[in-house]
Ligand binder design. Structure first.
Ligand SMILES: C[S@@+](CC[C@H](N)C(=O)[O-])C[C@H]1O[C@@H](n2cnc3c(N)ncnc32)[C@H](O)[C@@H]1O
Length: 295
């Protein structure tokens, strides 16, 4: 791989997904991209990059972006966000949305579905208090491949052993061969949609709770700020943002304030209706080809 090849790969990744690679990541590029090169009958990552330079290479670029994203997820990851969900956010939401009985939750980097399904299980466990409520969980991700897996709700023994309490495995999963499938009632609580966080959010509508966990870490500072501000524009007052354990709003967005004593939990800073409104539909990022376009 030449320095020019590396520059092209870094540029495509940044432009199409926000992923910023720095320093010498050749080992990572080689290990993740060689399988794609082989699939296309090419002998090296250099040849793959040459193909990416050709007109009509949208599909192969999408494959490259998909291969370079980190999709790791597990049920009830870090525990605290889900404790905060049931013990802090939901009691408040039950009060503040009592008149409309509507709740919209967005898992904005849903990966293979463990995060939205963990929330769906939490909601199922409190279903007595949610009678008459209309609740939507939207799980989005840039990668169509992970969303396909999320939709099937099929997980290996290893995946269900990571974070999922045994009683929940018994209550909400069925063994299918050597895999475990989450019950259709839980699957039906989540809608999945391919969506890039660099794209405009306004068509998604407003949300009461946004989980944006373990994705901002891959972006540079300006991209983190823009994504955070644009998420705020999709939230009404008394709505919550949940970030990953290694992520923060500090120094990135003034649209939120920390919820006292609740690490990684934020709410919209101003009670005014115009929070982030000026950002709605702001064309922050240049138009890019759709991720799933064919080559
Ligand atoms: C490490 S996983 C996080 C999954 C889950 N939120 C969690 O914390 O367990 C990061 C996910 O972000 C997705 N992703 C990366 N860049 C993205 C972008 N620009 N738009 C939407 N999703 C993106 C990846 O495809 C991947 O599934």
């Amino acid at each position: 791989m030449t320095p020019q090849d590396r520059d092209l790969l870094y540029g495509v990744l940044k432009e199409q997904s926000g992923l910023v690679l720095t320093g010498d990541k050749d080992y990572l590029l080689e290990s993740r991209l060689m399988p794609i090169a082989r699939r296309h009958g090419l002998a090296s990552v250099g040849e793959l990059v040459a193909k990416m330079r050709l007109p009509g290479s949208t599909g192969v670029k999408s494959e490259v972006v998909e291969a370079m994203t980190t999709n790791e997820s597990f049920f009830f990851r870090d525990k605290l966000p889900f404790l905060n969900f049931t013990e802090t956010m939901m009691p408040e939401i039950l009060k503040t949305r009592a008149a409309t009985k509507r709740l919209r939750i967005w898992c904005s980097a849903a990966s293979t579905g463990q995060e939205p399904y963990s929330l769906a299980i939490c909601l199922k466990e409190m279903s007595e208090r949610l009678a008459g409520w209309k609740i939507e969980i939207l799980g989005t991700d840039i990668s169509p491949e992970v969303l396909e897996k999320a939709k099937t709700g099929l997980y290996s023994q290893f995946e269900v052993q990571r974070g999922l309490p045994i009683n929940m495995l018994v209550d909400y999963f069925t063994q299918v061969g050597d895999m475990w499938q989450i019950d259709s009632a839980i699957r039906a609580m989540v809608n999945y949609r391919e969506f890039n966080l660099l794209d405009g959010f306004s068509a998604l509508g407003k949300f009461d709770i946004v989980f944006c966990r373990n994705v901002l870490i891959y972006f540079d500072q300006p991209t983190k700020s823009q994504v955070l501000d644009r998420i705020a524009a999709q939230m009404d007052p008394q709505s919550y943002l949940v970030l990953g354990a290694a992520e923060t709003i500090i120094g990135l967005s003034d649209k939120y304030k920390s919820v006292s004593g609740k690490r990684g939990l934020y709410e919209i800073a101003s009670a005014g209706p115009a929070v982030g409104a000026s950002n709605i539909d702001r064309p922050v990022f240049a138009a890019r080809p759709a991720m799933s376009g064919a080559a």
